[in-house]
Design a protein around this ligand. Structure first.
Ligand code: GRF
Length: 206
């Protein structure tokens, strides 16, 4: 088999999607990827502990230590480069990267969003779905482009909103789907099975 695709996984918090990726890679020798480094913009988050437990190197790049978004972004990309990562996987990373990231990793940054884009972009997708009283929300995995929560969609899955949902119960069911969908998308990417044609992402068979 070809060398595994080396990934930088970017987090800001709990890291449950990171954990799902780690476990999927462990279970599946054909996965085709390895996590070279986990980068967090915040110290002392659970996701960093998860990475350390899994034996993955970690780096913290604090937002406040950098003068602007472009410098912060380039430092994050430098760290990814230094660990030999060829792609970046955003897993609950709560900072918006500048377009420099897309220049440096074109069509090689993936993101997961807890709604069916283009509905409810931004940081409050679960609350907004409840406020809007939609009957269906869900999960989107997409490539990152220069706009927030906008790039070519890799996969989506719907999650029903129940009458008695609150933000915690709905987010918990959304996350169950995330933990299945993100590993599947990252695996297909790592295996070179995703082709982008304009906005359309085509999945090649295994
Ligand atoms: C996920 O719901 C993801 O969709 C959003 O941030 C959350 C991160 O959760 N972008 P976790 O840190 O992976 O547990």
């Amino acid at each position: 088999m070809a060398h595994p695709t080396r990934l930088a996984v970017l987090i800001s918090g709990s890291g449950s999607n990171l954990q799902a990726l780690v476990e999927a890679m462990r279970r599946d020798p054909e996965f085709g990827a390895e996590i070279a480094v986990v980068i967090s913009d915040r110290a002392d988050v659970k996701g960093l502990q998860r990475a350390e437990t899994a034996g993955i190197p970690t780096e913290v790049v604090r937002w406040a230590d950098h003068p602007d978004r472009a410098v912060f972004t380039n430092v994050v990309c430098d760290v990814a480069d230094r660990y030999g990562a060829v792609a970046m996987v955003l897993a609950g990373f709560m900072r918006i990267l500048s377009p420099d990231a897309v220049d440096r990793f074109p069509n090689r940054i993936l993101n997961i969003h807890p709604a069916l884009l283009p509905a409810f972009p931004g940081a409050h997708a679960v609350d907004q779905a409840l406020d809007h009283a939609v009957k269906l929300t869900g999960v989107t995995v997409h490539f990152v482009d220069e706009q927030v929560d906008h790039g070519p969609i890799i996969c989506q899955e719907a999650v029903a909103v129940l009458d008695d949902d609150d933000p915690e119960t709905l987010h918990a069911r959304v996350q169950e789907v995330e933990h299945r969908l993100y590993p599947a998308a990252v695996r297909a990417f790592a295996q070179g099975r995703l082709e982008i044609v304009e906005r359309t992402v085509r999945w090649a068979d295994e």
